[in-house]
Write a protein that binds this ligand. Structure first.
Ligand code: GDP
Length: 459
C-alpha cells in the first residue's frame, strides 16, 4: 500500500508525544519537524508541506492543545484535520451527472497512468449503480489501445464504441461507424454521443490518448475532444507512483484541459505516493476516485477524511462497513447477531459469517483497514490466507449436530474431524478453544458488560 512508510514515520513522530502529559513548545516543534521530514521523504510537494506544517504549528501552539485533556491526542487530531484538508476536504463532491443523458466523462492523463483500466472500473461501478454506461475508444495513438479497451469492456460487461473495423462491439449489437471518423478521435468522440443517445446509454466514458510526457499536440487533441463533447466531468488520471513529477503534470493538465476531478491510480504500489497527496491542494480540484490494483473491483470512491485516517493508521472503518454492506446479507447478519446475544451462535453460523467476510476480498486487505493495524504490518504480511481455508475445512468436516453444539466433540470425534479436513487434532483443538473463548466473550458483552476491549490507534 502506498503511504505505508509515511504512516510509519508519522506514527513514530506521535509516539514520542504520547508519553507526555503536558507538551512544551519544544515537544511540538520536534514533532512538527519530524512530520515535515516524513512528508518530504514521501514526495509531498514542498509548498504543500510548508503550508501544512505552518497550519499545524499555529493550531498546536494554541489553546486547543494546551487546554486539551490529552494534548498528544489533540495534536494527532489536528494533523488528521489538516491532512484531510490537503486531500481536498471542502472541494470533494460526488460525480456530476447530466440532466439530459448521456452524461459524458472524459479521461485524460499521461500514457500508462491507468486511464484504460479506469474506464473499465468506472463502467463496472456505474453499471452496478444501475447506470447504462458505454466506453469510447478515442485513444487512436497507441497501437493496442482500442483492443485493450475492448478487452476491458468485455471484462466489465460494458459495451465499447470503437472505430476499429468500423463497429461497436457489445456482444452482437454492432453499429457501423461512418468511414471518415475512423482515425479521428474527435469525430469518434462526437459520434459516440449520438450513438449513446439513440441507444439510450446514459453515461459515456471517453478514453483519450496519453503521451509519455506532457506535450502540446496531446493537450490540443484533448481540448478538441473536450470542446466537441462538452463533458460533465474531465477526470485527470494520475499514477500515484510517479513521484515529484505529479505536481507538474497535474498543473500542465489543469491548464491544458481544465479537468474537473482527479483519479489517483496505483495506490496499491509501495512507492512513496506522497506526490499524489499534493495534487488536490495544488490544483484545487477534488480527488474523486482511487484505483488500487488491476482488477475491476480495485476501485473506490475517494474520501479525504477516510484517506487521512488511513494514512494516520486510524483505520478506515467506514470503507470497511460500506464494502460489507455491499456484500452482506442483512437478514442473515441480524439473525447471527440475535443468536450471539442468546448464546446460540454455533460453528455453522460462524462458517456462514466467515464465508460472507471472505467475499469482501483477501483478509489481509480487510484487516489493514482496522485502526492500529499498520503497526502490525509485518504480521499482516505473514497472514496466511490458507489458515482460513483450514478453518473452513475443519468446520466442514463436522456433522451438523457438532457444528450446532461443539461441546459434544470428544476425542474420537476430534480425530475424525482432523482426518476428514486433512489437518491435525491440535489444529481442531485450537479452533474449538478459540471458538469457545469468543463465545464466552460475546456472552459477557451481551450481558451488559461495558468494558469493551480497547481499540488501537493513538491515545
Ligand atoms: P493508460 O495508458 O493511461 O490507458 O494506462 P493503462 O490503463 O493501460 O494502465 C497502464 C498499466 O498500469 C497497465 O499495465 C495496468 O494494468 C496498470 N494499472 C492501471 N491501474 C492500476 C492500479 O490501480 N494498480 C496497479 N497495480 N496497476 C494498475
Amino acid at each position: 500500500m502506498a503511504f505505508s512508510s509515511l504512516t510509519d514515520r508519522l506514527s513514530n513522530a506521535f509516539k514520542n508525544l504520547r508519553s507526555k502529559g503536558k507538551l512544551t513548545n519544544a515537544d511540538i516543534d520536534g514533532t512538527i519537524r519530524e512530520i515535515r521530514r516524513a512528508l518530504l521523504d514521501a514526495d509531498v510537494a514542498l509548498e504543500v508541506v510548508r503550508s501544512f506544517t505552518a497550519r499545524i504549528r499555529e493550531r498546536a501552539l494554541g489553546e486547543e492543545v494546551s487546554e486539551a485533556l490529552n494534548p498528544a491526542q489533540q495534536v494527532v487530531k489536528i494533523v488528521n484535520d489538516e491532512l484531510t484538508e490537503i486531500l481536498g476536504a471542502g472541494v470533494d463532491r460526488p460525480l456530476n451527472f447530466a440532466k439530459n443523458p448521456p452524461t459524458v466523462i472524459m479521461l485524460a492523463g499521461l500514457q500508462g497512468a491507468g486511464k484504460t483500466t479506469l474506464a473499465g472500473k468506472l463502467g463496472h461501478w456505474l453499471k452496478e449503480a444501475g447506470h447504462t454506461p458505454m466506453l469510447v475508444a478515442a485513444d487512436l495513438q497507441r497501437p493496442n489501445a482500442v483492443t485493450q479497451l475492448q478487452v476491458v469492456g468485455e471484462r466489465a460487461g460494458v459495451p465499447v464504441y470503437a472505430p476499429e473495423k468500423g463497429v461497436q462491439s457489445d456482444g452482437g449489437d454492432q453499429v457501423a461507424l461512418p468511414g471518415e471518423t475512423s482515425g479521428d478521435p474527435v469525430a469518434v468522440a462526437r459520434q459516440s454521443i449520438e450513438v449513446a443517445r439513440q441507444k439510450l446509454y446514459d453515461t459515456v466514458i471517453i478514453d483519450t490518448a496519453g503521451r509519455l510526457g506532457v506535450d502540446e499536440t496531446l493537450m490540443q487533441q484533448a481540448r478538441d475532444i473536450r470542446d466537441a463533447v462538452n463533458p460533465q466531468e474531465i477526470l485527470f488520471v494520475i499514477d500515484a507512483m510517479i513521484g515529484q513529477d505529479a505536481v507538474r503534470t497535474a498543473q500542465a493538465f489543469d491548464e491544458g484541459v481544465d479537468f474537473t476531478g482527479v483519479v489517483l491510480s496505483k495506490l496499491d504500489g509501495d512507492a512513496r505516493g506522497g506526490a499524489a497527496l499534493s495534487v488536490a491542494s495544488v490544483t484545487g480540484k477534488p480527488i474523486m476516485f482511487s484505483s488500487t490494483g488491476e482488477g475491476l473491483e480495485d476501485f473506490e470512491v475517494f474520501h479525504p477524511d477516510r484517506m487521512a485516517s488511513r494514512i494516520l493508521d486510524m483505520g478506515d472503518i467506514l470503507t470497511l462497513i460500506e464494502q460489507a454492506q455491499k456484500q452482506f446479507d442483512e437478514e442473515q447478519a441480524r439473525e447471527a447477531a440475535a443468536k450471539l446475544a442468546e448464546g446460540e451462535f454455533g460453528l455453522d453460523d460462524f462458517l456462514d459469517q466467515l464465508q460472507q467476510v471472505r467475499k469482501l476480498g483477501p483478509m489481509k486487505n480487510l484487516l489493514g483497514m482496522i485502526p492500529g493495524m499498520a503497526q502490525h504490518r509485518k504480521e499482516l504480511e505473514m497472514f496466511d490466507e490458507r489458515e482460513v481455508d483450514r478453518t473452513e475445512a475443519i468446520i466442514r468436516s463436522m456433522t451438523p449436530a457438532e457444528r450446532r453444539n461443539p461441546k459434544i466433540i470428544d476425542g474420537s470425534r476430534r480425530a475424525r474431524i482432523a482426518y476428514g479436513s486433512g489437518t491435525t487434532v491440535s489444529a481442531v483443538n485450537a479452533l474449538l478453544q478459540r471458538f469457545e473463548q469468543a463465545a464466552k466473550m460475546m456472552k459477557r458483552l451481551s450481558n451488559g458488560s461495558r468494558s469493551m476491549p480497547g481499540m488501537g490507534g493513538f491515545g
